[in-house]
Ligand binder design. Structure first.
Ligand code: EPZ
Length: 418
């Protein structure tokens, strides 16, 4: 298994380019199943999750090619309907094929996604939403079976709570359903809005993109997708937080400042100077950040996917901070590992209290999930001495060549294979 060996402390400085968004490209890949022909998606990051999704589509009969950021998905000969357990268990987003297969093929058999490092990840809203469109679903042997032999028909459904994945899945099913569908309390994350725009570009009739209510008028068929993946706001936020972690100056290029409103507001509260242009954000951080209060919320609130990274920053803050995790109350597996580096954190249910310390000390730590891995790397870069981060296959799922990008900012980080 690979691990990272990190020497600290360093002050990161320089420029880094933001890659395409993992959480945007995965639903777009699933949406290709709604069409017959070759879809072309650009600015695709070469990530472990993208490669896993390509394997899943290949099993379904799709010809996949990713070359220099251009992903071609040819569904001409695709005829599969099953997403197998041994693949779904490695990537929950595999469940995205459920809606498109049900809509385009009239049936789907998808392994029920398990939980993840920090707890259960239910899919009840995905199933309830498909049933609202006339699908019959049942669970058998750990698999979701969904059938719509006479096609899906328009219906009304409200997501409670709002759900990124369920919004994407049910939206993709609705675009080929006969009649009108109204989806209420939809997620409005930029990745969902990109999916809406890409489907409209392929001939879907959708109103309300970017709002919590989507009205879809079903069409008989879609053209193959032609789209360019939006920049990864979570990756961008990670590098901006790393500047605050190390008291450095970092510019993230090719990003979308309008997707980073809340994280940038928190960085300013920490005492960072932040400058923005149309596609760049530059952070100049103080020696020690100020303590802040963070509550995670659906977009445009503070993203849960940046919670671990900002917790790492706050371990060095000049004061006591609090984080309240309202999306995933148990998303704190990184806390124990940060404590190994000298952090002083107390957990009380979904709330973390972080007592800022003047400095961290290097130690061996273990990655538990994708965003926790990023937090541990950031902390290792700021800690005095050597930090090793094990199980970094987690980080490769969602960050493209992260060690190369941190090294370009002056980070002393090396990937070591056992
Ligand atoms: C997406 O997961 C992201 N993954 C996650 O990012 C992200 O943390 C999450 O949205 C929240 O923003 C991808 O886009 C591939 P949800 P998703 O459905 O769709 C509850 C990362 O690090 N819920 O929006 O699974 C759920 O328990 C990953 O890139 C139900 O109750 O998240 C949670 O409390 C981690 N029933 C809330 O909704 C359901 O059927 C939001 O979850 C579905 C969800």
């Amino acid at each position: 298994m690979d691990r990272f060996v990190i020497e600290g402390p360093v002050r990161l400085s320089g420029e880094v380019r933001c890659s395409g968004a993992k959480n945007a490209v995965l639903p777009l890949m699933a949406a290709a199943l709604l069409t017959r022909g070759e879809s072309v998606i650009r600015n695709v990051p070469d990530l472990r999750d993208v490669r896993t999704f390509m394997r899943l589509l290949t099993i379904l009969g799709v010809k996949c090619d990713l070359t220099e950021g251009v992903l071609r998905l040819d569904t001409t000969a695709a005829d599969g309907i099953e997403a197998p357990y041994d693949l779904v268990k490695t990537m929950r987003a595999s469940v995205y094929v459920l809606g498109p297969l049900c809509a385009f093929r009239g049936e789907a058999r998808v392994s029920l996604p398990g939980g993840c490092a920090w707890g259960p990840r239910p899919v009840n809203l995905h199933l309830e939403g498909l049933r609202a469109l006339g699908a019959e679903t049942d669970l058998e042997g750990g698999y979701i079976n969904a059938r719509a032999p006479r096609g899906l028909r328009g219906g009304n459904f409200r997501f409670e709570p709002s759900s990124v994945g369920a919004t994407c899945n049910v939206l993709m099913a609705a675009v080929l359903a006969e009649g009108e569908t109204v989806l209420a309390n939809c997620a409005v994350e930029p990745e969902v809005t990109q999916l809406v725009d890409a489907l409209i570009g392929a001939g879907a009739r959708i109103e309300g993109g970017g709002t919590t209510t989507l009205t879809i008028h079903g069409v008989a068929a879609l053209d193959p997708l032609r789209c360019r993946v939006i920049p990864d706001r979570i990756e961008a936020g990670t590098f901006l937080a790393a500047a605050a972690m190390t008291g450095g100056e970092v510019t993230v290029q090719d990003c979308r400042p309008d997707h980073l409103g809340e994280p940038v507001a928190v960085l300013r509260s920490m005492g960072c100077r932040v400058e923005e242009t149309a596609d760049c954000v530059r952070v100049a951080a103080p020696e020690r950040p100020r303590s802040v209060e963070i509550v995670t919320r659906p977009f445009p609130g503070f993203p849960t996917d940046m919670q671990a990274q900002f917790m790492a920053v706050l371990t060095r803050a000049d004061g006591t901070s609090h984080i309240s995790e309202t999306i995933y109350p148990d998303r704190y597996t990184h806390t124990a590992e940060l404590r190994r580096l000298g952090a002083d954190i107390r957990l009380d249910g979904a709330t973390a209290t972080i007592f800022g310390v003047t400095g961290l000390s290097g130690a061996p730590v273990m990655a538990t999930d994708l965003r926790a891995s990023a937090a541990l790397i950031m902390a290792g870069l700021a800690a005095a001495g050597t930090t090793t981060v094990d199980r970094i296959y987690h980080i490769d799922r969602g960050y493209e060549r992260i060690e190369t990008k941190f090294a370009a900012l002056g980070g002393k980080i090396e990937r070591v294979s056992d």
